[in-house]
Design a protein around this ligand. Structure first.
Ligand code: ADP
Ligand code: MG
Length: 371
């Protein structure tokens, strides 16, 4: 299948502020009709990268291209207003003296009636059709943010860069606005960069996630891949709580109380960490000191005792202290499961959901191993 056209590319971007380097060799393409989420913890350089793409900031190293044409780097610099790029920032600014409808029509193209129609249609889409005649100060913060979104979309920009645009909205509203925004962006074939520090938002919105850490992109992939094949422990941890089980390699295998894991490519005596998300631990009741029989799928069960169990609405979280080494593991299960403190339970690990990484200091290869 043919890939959609590349609208914006960042090539080897590096950036220094007076106090140090904040971006290192970042390369990324935005494609027509696709949402790329820049995801990472606060301070990792997301906003700086977005500002460089927009032209609000001039990068120290590397090249920015729009539709294959250089717009920044190597002595070239095209200012933001000439890049045909839409922007939505966290601290959006509406024109206070213009009605909502006029704020949105401001950026739209065509004659007055065409622009008005476009503005009203977009306001309808973001759920503010009935507020078109109001002034910005007559709207709540969340409503103003939706107006800012409509205004950015009004000129149908082929590229739209958004920096945490949904962060000011309350929870339930946010899901609706995200879905509506996605629908409009897909309809119009916009190439989108969406900055967020929330993994759920990235999973929900992105065709492609670029996971950032300390000024670098550490992994790029679709939501499924990035969740199910993280490049390292930190990447796994960014998306959910994790459990870590330690082991030592012997003859290309690692023995654990949960059975043997294949660890090819790792030297004897290397320390490894087996990572598993809480929803991929299986819990079974104790039957006269025995658990379920070992299987190829789930390995060997190990026993622990409940130290805490909580119900959080759609699932229960059970924490156990393990008999074999006193370590604590956390398992989640859909629905209500609230065993008493002290209850013995057997845990097994779903083999196909474990990630095995060498411990950082003794890393041999850069790819994860799947047991
Ligand atoms: P993020 O958006 O991921 O939270 P930023 O791109 O805003 O991160 O910031 C990355 C790093 O650059 C941070 O350490 C921040 O303090 C620093 N930084 C951002 N803007 C400036 C600036 N104008 N001058 C100096 N340092 C800055
Ligand atoms: Mg930021």
């Amino acid at each position: 299948m043919e890939q959609p056209a590349i609208r914006l590319s960042l090539e080897g971007i590096g950036h220094d502020y007076g106090n140090g380097t904040v971006l290192r060799d970042v390369s990324l393409d935005l494609r027509e009709g696709e949402v790329t989420c820049l995801l990472g913890p606060s301070g990792c350089g997301k906003s700086t990268l977005l500002r460089i793409a927009a032209g609000v900031e001039r990068q120290t190293r590397g090249i920015v291209k729009v539709d294959g044409r250089r717009v920044a780097g190597d002595g070239v610099y095209i200012p933001p207003e000439k890049r045909d790029i839409g922007l939505v920032f966290q601290d959006f600014a509406l024109f206070p003296h213009l009605r909502i409808e006029e704020n949105v029509a401001f950026g739209a193209r065509g004659g007055a009636s065409e622009r008005r129609q476009r503005a009203l249609a977009l306001l309808e889409r973001v759920g503010l059709g009935s507020h078109a005649g109001r002034y910005p100060h007559q709207l709540s913060g969340g409503e103003q943010q939706r107006v800012a979104l409509a205004r950015a979309l009004a000129p149908r920009p082929p590229i739209l860069l958004m920096d945490e645009p949904f962060s000011g909205l309350d929870h339930r509203l946010r899901d609706d606005i995200r879905d509506q925004t996605l629908e409009i962006l897909k309809e119009e074939g916009t190439a989108v960069m969406l900055v967020t520090h929330e993994p759920e938002e990235a999973m929900r919105m992105a065709d492609q996630i670029a996971l950032m850490r300390s000024g670098r992109i550490v992994q790029v992939g679709g939501p499924y891949n990035i969740y199910n094949a993280p490049v390292d422990k930190e990447a796994a941890m960014f998306f959910s709580d994790i459990n870590v089980i330690h082991g030592v390699v012997k003859d290309f295998q690692t023995d654990t109380p949960f059975g043997q894991f294949l660890t090819p490519g790792l030297a004897d005596k290397a320390d490894v960490e087996i990572i598993i998300r809480p929803q991929h631990l299986k819990m079974d009741f104790d039957r006269n000191g025995r658990g379920p029989l070992p299987t190829a799928q789930d390995g060997v069960p190990a026993r622990g005792r409940v130290v805490r169990a909580r119900f959080i609405g759609n699932q229960s979280i059970v924490e156990l202290v393990m008999d074999h080494d006193g370590s604590q593991l956390k398992a989640t299960i859909p629905g209500v499961f609230l065993p008493k403190v002290g209850t013995p339970l057997w845990l097994s690990l779903r083999r196909d959901r474990c990630f095995v990484f060498p411990c950082r200091q003794q890393r041999v290869l850069d790819t994860p191993y799947f047991a």
